[in-house]
Design a protein around this ligand. Structure first.
Ligand SMILES: [Zn+2]
Length: 100
C-alpha cells in the first residue's frame, strides 16, 4: 500500500529545498535529485515517492529504514503515554492534598 495518497505529488515537489554551501548532503535521490541529510531519510523518500522504480537493494534499504522508523515511533508513543500517565497522577496527587 502506497502512502503517496496523503500528499499530492505536485505539492510535495513544489516545496523548495536548498542546501547550504558548506554542507554536503549524505545522499541524493537518484530519480529527482533531492538532497537528504542522512541515507536513512533518502531510503524512506525512495520507498514512498519512487516505489515502482526501486531495485532490490533500494527496496531492502527502504524496508530496513521503515522498520527502524516504526520502532522509533513506537518508543516515542510509549514515552508520550508515560508522560500523560505521570501528568494525570501528578495532578491527582496534588489535588488530593489541596482538597484534604
Ligand atoms: Zn526522489
Amino acid at each position: 500500500m502506497s502512502r503517496q495518497s496523503r500528499h499530492d505529488d505536485a505539492t510535495v515537489q513544489s516545496i523548495a529545498t536548498s542546501v547550504p554551501e558548506d554542507v554536503t548532503p549524505a545522499d541524493r535521490c537518484p530519480f529527482c535529485d533531492r538532497p537528504f541529510p542522512t541515507e536513512r531519510l533518502c531510503a524512506l523518500h525512495l520507498g514512498e515517492r519512487h516505489e515502482r522504480e526501486l531495485d532490490t537493494t533500494q527496496r531492502e534499504r527502504f524496508e530496513s529504514a521503515s522498520d527502524t522508523e516504526t520502532d522509533e515511533l513506537f518508543v516515542y508513543h510509549l514515552k508520550i503515554v508515560a508522560a500523560f500517565i505521570c501528568t494525570f497522577f501528578g495532578f491527582t496527587y496534588v489535588y488530593v492534598f489541596i482538597w484534604i
